[in-house]
Design a protein around this ligand. Structure first.
Ligand code: PMP
Length: 391
């Protein structure tokens, strides 16, 4: 059997692979990226399943439209208009099978083999993987404490075949970093002179802010080629696989719809009805507050432990929300080399390598805090610090 170059070039997810070994009960794992199960409103969803079936019966089980359940799209449009003044309608939204599918569809719709994708470095591993299927050339732009490096961005935009920029502006995966207002404005000022380049703002974590105040999107509402991706995975239930793509660019959305028809006809309609019922019969805001409260405590526990135990020279980010902290080892020490030693000490993290399109043996690593209690976080960071001191 001979396989396509496309799939041969696409790495299987490093994280999904290491989760197989980090899953043992003895291991303290900061490697996962799973939402805490507290965020799944199981009992309320049970009520919604029953109510939705009572009210709409067989419609939950029939084929449905590619763009998605209209009342759910309207709910999302209302919410984004209220929170961000985007001026969108339900027609500017397509419901996708998680925001992950939106990434694949955008790669298919915008990129020919060899075309350029400008991506944050480090960047979301799942996006790198999804885009790889389109056989692009990546133009990595360094993600700094406050957002993209502007000189590198300008240089990447001058490449003749650059098609889009992929960003995670809030509590980025893997770094936990958030673009400041100044950086958002500066990126906007640069991009407004490139009307052919699409800006993708992937924002599955934006609602999970435990510090500071929400910031407007970079391009949302004001750049003609702007795309916002959203998801209910981090606030309701990832297993329902409901994400969405928002764009006022009709031509782009028509092509995305065609690509989605080809991919899966439509997003699971049972999930869409149940989610819409849940959202319209419950205090979603209060539910999200509960998640924020927990993640804020867990993040603080990890930050305190890092401060208390880590040897001189190790640095880390201080997230204002989301699920991750990003640490950097001194002297360019490879985090990948430390990973196997950490596993021997029953402690797991994700080494930085798979988040880079251009570098290897990087000194950075991702720490997830949402799966562990503050006590376990303290113990795990202590073990990790001992290991870093030893090597
Ligand atoms: N984008 C980012 C930045 C993510 O971290 C994730 C989930 N890990 C996704 C997209 C995909 O999420 P989903 O498909 O569950 O909506």
């Amino acid at each position: 059997m001979e396989f396509s170059q496309r799939i041969l070039d696409t790495p299987s997810s490093f994280i999904r692979n290491i989760l197989k070994v980090t899953d043992s009960p003895n291991v303290i794992s900061f490697a996962g990226g799973l939402p805490n199960p507290i965020s799944f409103p199981v009992e309320k969803l049970r009520e919604s399943v029953n109510r939705a079936i009572d009210e709409d019966g067989s419609k939950l089980f029939q084929y449905s439209t590619t763009t998605g359940y209209a009342p759910l799209r309207q709910y999302i449009a209302d919410k984004y208009n209220h929170n961000f003044d985007l001026g969108i309608t339900a027609d500017d939204i397509i419901i996708t099978t998680g925001s992950q599918q939106a990434l694949t569809l955008l790669g298919q719709v915008l990129v020919n083999e060899g075309d350029g994708i400008i991506i944050e470095e480090p960047g979301y591993l799942g996006a790198i993987q999804a885009f790889m299927l389109a056989q692009p050339t990546f133009y990595p732009v360094t993600l700094e404490q406050d957002g993209l490096n502007l000189d590198e961005l300008k240089e990447a935009l001058e490449k003749p075949n650059a098609k889009f920029i992929y960003t995670v502006p809030n509590f980025q995966n893997p770094t936990g970093l958030t673009y400041t207002q100044e950086k958002r404005d500066a990126v906007y000022d640069i991009l407004k002179d490139y009307p052919d380049i699409v800006l993708i703002e992937d924002d599955p974590y934006g609602e999970l802010r435990f510090e500071g105040t929400a910031l407007p999107y970079i391009g949302g509402g004001r750049l003609p080629n702007s795309v916002i991706l959203g998801s209910f995975s981090k606030t309701v239930a990832p297993g329902m696989r409901i994400g969405f793509i928002i764009s006022k660019n009709k031509e782009l959305m028509t092509h995305v719809e065609t690509a989605k028809q080809a991919a899966d006809l439509h997003t699971n309609i049972f999930s869409q009805y149940v989610l819409h019922d849940y959202l319209t019969h419950n205090e979603y805001k209060e539910h999200v507050e509960k998640i924020i409260d927990l993640y804020g405590k867990q993040a603080n526990a990890m930050l305190d432990a890092l401060e208390k135990y880590m040897p001189e020279g190790v640095t880390w980010t201080k997230p204002e929300g989301g699920m991750f902290i990003w640490a950097t080892l001194p002297d360019n020490k490879s985090a990948l080399d430390m990973f196997s030693k950490a596993m021997e000490a029953d402690i797991a993290f994700v080494p930085g390598d798979p988040f880079y399109t251009g570098s290897q043996h990087v000194p950075t690593l991702r720490l997830n805090y949402t799966a562990s209690t503050p006590e376990v976080i303290d113990e795990g960071i202590k073990r990790l610090a001992e290991l870093f001191k030893k090597y």
